[in-house]
Design a protein around this ligand. Structure first.
Ligand SMILES: *Cc1c(COP(=O)(O)O)cnc(C)c1O
Length: 306
């Protein structure tokens, strides 16, 4: 039994009316631990346990760390997550709720990650949030589930942080001979490391992340994401924080599911009728989720933008 669940695939009436075409939603916001991350990270954790790992270590205070904590608890292995001092109370509470040992250390992720790396002993597995072939393999199951229903979309819209989801979906598409189905890769301005990599022809490091979509804030995408962009159709779209936030609010009203701006970015492509979509009759949006999203946080962001 995998650690992820098969999520609902539904034809969204409100989004289809806005886009004037069929918009399907793959509702990975409903995964245990709150996001698609459990697909890849669950697969990686299961594999490392089979190879003898006795503890999992993560340095993510976000959805990746939560997926590791969930996987560890479910598989019966201890988990240590080192997070920076900037990590929200909500995230720390959710990690502890999964029985993870949480160590708060350092002003930024870099420092937390250095400590996490120093803790790794022989029988530990460090779980990377996006740059691991096992993670991509697990994310590919999302496409398997879609293919099994008989739906073949004309394009797939998804969000890009470090590029693990992009790499996994690309792998899944190739496995199903859907190598020519375009992916629309969405980021927020201020976290557009994939856009920057495409422009440079290779991954480059952003100086800083300025978007509220912290989950998309990998300063550098993985090599594999750029490798896929050279092999298959992938288009980059960049939306504003404002549009991503508005999409979260509208999606809550339309589908009663609360997602974080990292996911709102993909939904914004539909809500804002981004140019380029008119070529596709049937669009699949990966509703990637976000466990730390809260109505209160959305209201605070909104108030700060007014
Ligand atoms: C991790 C995550 C992303 C970005 O995924 P990558 O694999 O890092 O590109 C987007 N949205 C949510 C909700 C996430 O948890």
């Amino acid at each position: 039994m995998p650690l992820h669940i098969e999520t609902p695939l539904l034809l969204s009436r409100p989004l289809s009316l806005i886009a004037e075409r069929s918009v399907w939603l793959k509702l990975d916001a409903l995964q245990p631990a709150g996001s698609f991350k459990i697909r890849g990270i669950g697969h990686a954790c299961e594999t490392y346990r089979r190879r003898g790992a006795q503890r999992f270590i993560s340095s993510s205070g976000g959805n990746a760390g939560l997926a590791v904590a969930y996987a560890g608890r479910t598989l019966g292995l201890p988990v240590t997550v080192v997070v920076p001092e900037t990590t929200s109370e909500t995230a720390i509470k959710l990690l502890r709720q999964e029985n993870a040992e949480v160590i708060v250390h350092g002003a930024s992720w870099q420092e937390a990650n250095v400590l996490a790396q120093s803790l790794i002993r022989a029988a530990d597995a460090f779980i990377h949030p996006f740059d691991d072939a096992l993670v991509w393999q697990g994310h590919a199951t999302l496409i398997e589930e879609v293919a099994r229903t008989g739906l073949k979309p004309d394009a797939i819209v998804l969000s890009v942080g470090g590029g693990g989801l992009l790499a996994g979906v690309s792998e899944g598409l190739e496995r199903h001979d859907w190598g020519q189905v375009p992916i629309v890769a969405v980021e927020t301005a201020g976290a557009a490391s994939f856009r920057a990599a495409l422009a440079a022809g290779q991954p480059v490091s952003l100086e800083q992340i300025t978007s509220i979509a912290a989950t998309l804030g990998a300063k550098r995408v993985c090599d594999q994401a750029v490798a896929w962009a050279k092999r298959r159709p992938i288009e980059s779209l960049v939306v504003t924080d404002q549009d991503a936030l508005t999409a979260c609010e509208r999606f809550l009203d339309d589908h009663r599911v609360l997602v974080e701006p990292a996911c709102g970015a993909s939904l914004a492509v539909v809500y804002e009728r981004a140019p380029g979509l008119e070529r596709f009759d049937t669009i699949l949006v990966v509703v990637c989720g976000g466990a730390t999203a809260s109505l209160d946080q959305i209201r605070r962001w909104r108030a700060a933008m007014l």
